[in-house]
Design a protein around this ligand. Structure first.
Ligand SMILES: [Zn+2]
Ligand SMILES: [Zn+2]
Ligand SMILES: [Zn+2]
Length: 175
């Protein structure tokens, strides 16, 4: 197995945003004999490691790394668009439809999530699953007490609990 610098960046971000809940991992997943996401067996040297030491050597298989990486990159692309697009910023406040480019980002993100076997996104304010066909929503990257989050918010202010105040920003400085 070789790990390039490029891999290191992706793997670090995957740990922050996609790594499974620790106590859900099996003994094989903890020592790197099975993929942390799909549980497929990995022979020694197979897959990509998250780093670690002694008995803590979690790995992902190559397909899961690609699938989970796509979840990250599609989110980043949409969030960057949301930051830079005045039309989408108004839409997020008013609950209006997003621009055509944002529609493309949202579709790509949802396809990536489905391919990775992830559930429907949930709204950071009301915690409800977002019914993606009927409801407008936008990405919301923010810093919480225990680290950065990449979440979603119903557009137009969440009607379930009203608008919330968050500090925008993230691992990339939010700009
Ligand atoms: Zn896998
Ligand atoms: Zn836009
Ligand atoms: Zn909501």
């Amino acid at each position: 197995m070789t790990t390039s610098d490029d891999d290191t960046g992706i793997m670090d971000t995957l740990v922050v945003f996609e790594f499974p809940i620790m106590h859900s991992l099996s003994e094989a997943q903890i020592r790197g004999a099975a993929c942390v996401w799909c549980s497929s067996s990995l022979a020694p040297g197979e897959g990509v490691g998250f780093g670690g030491f002694t008995d803590w050597r979690p790995h992902t298989c190559a397909p899961c790394k690609l699938l989970r990486g796509a979840v990250l990159t599609t989110y980043e692309a949409w969030d960057a668009h949301q930051h830079g697009c005045v039309s989408c910023q108004f839409a997020a406040c008013l609950g209006d439809p997003l621009c055509a480019q944002a529609d493309g980002h949202r579709t790509a993100l949802l396809e990536a999530r489905t391919a990775a076997g992830k559930p429907l996104p949930t709204c950071a304010a009301c915690k409800q699953e977002i019914r993606v066909i009927e409801e407008a929503f936008v990405p919301l990257a923010w810093f919480g007490e225990s680290g950065p989050y990449r979440s979603f918010l119903h557009a137009g202010g969440c009607t379930f609990v009203g608008p919330i105040t968050v500090h925008r920003g993230g691992a990339d400085g939010g700009s």
